[in-house]
Design a protein around this ligand. Sequence first.
Ligand code: ADP
Ligand code: MG
Length: 241
Amino acid sequence: MSTLEIKGLRAAVAGKEILTGIDLTVRRGEVHAVMGPNGAGKSTLSAVIMGKPGYEVLGGTVTLDGEDMLALPTWQRAVRGLHLVMQYPTEVPGVHVDEVLAEALAARGRDVSALGDIIRTEAGRINFDADLVARALNVDFSGGEKKRNETLQLGVLAPRFAVLDELDSGLDIDALRDCARRVEAATHESNLGVLAITHYVRLLEELKPDAVHILVAGRIVKSGGPELADVLERDGYAAFA
Ligand code: ADP
Ligand code: MG
């Protein structure tokens, strides 16, 4: 079974250790939620998994089917099947969404001839205005359009594992449902494994997690089933800090 495995991961930003030892294993088709207070290191974890510049790995490993991801540049991690849905999607003036997708598919050695149809189908599934793909990536997109656009990319690229960094932030209820349902569908249709960083049980009602992990001060302090999210909703993080 294909796995994304994080072992003893420690990482620093700006000379300060933020991740102090993360252990997490996600198998394809599984959804793991990571919840934790602001500043716990959730976005740092997503950045280190994907290889965002500026993060120093101090120890530990991130492997996909046994292959060391930390040794690869970001684009090669993506080609291997890792995908990040960003908390704050980057605006890229002059580069259109459909061009990005065509390049990304070509880099994966996949056929791009039917891309227009695939984009229209995917856009329809999440109520995304397909005309937006001819516009510059995320430039002047609303918060909801940005996250729908991120979800569209995930649908088209069909990665093996996705890290969702607060997919729910900046989304209204309809957009949240559309995006979360598309990701949940991918766990069945293409056996997508998901690491879903979130503050809200609302997302997890759509995106049924197999496991919930609580991240506090750079480490996972508790793991459990979906009921753990309800405990957090009721009691907050105080009991785990
Ligand atoms: P979370 O996503 O859980 O809210 P982050 O991973 O964004 O937390 O941040 C964890 C800690 O790392 C915070 O104290 C934050 O200020 C710090 N941090 C993150 N990125 C940087 C950076 N580029 N420079 C300095 N500190 C950073
Ligand atoms: Mg964050």
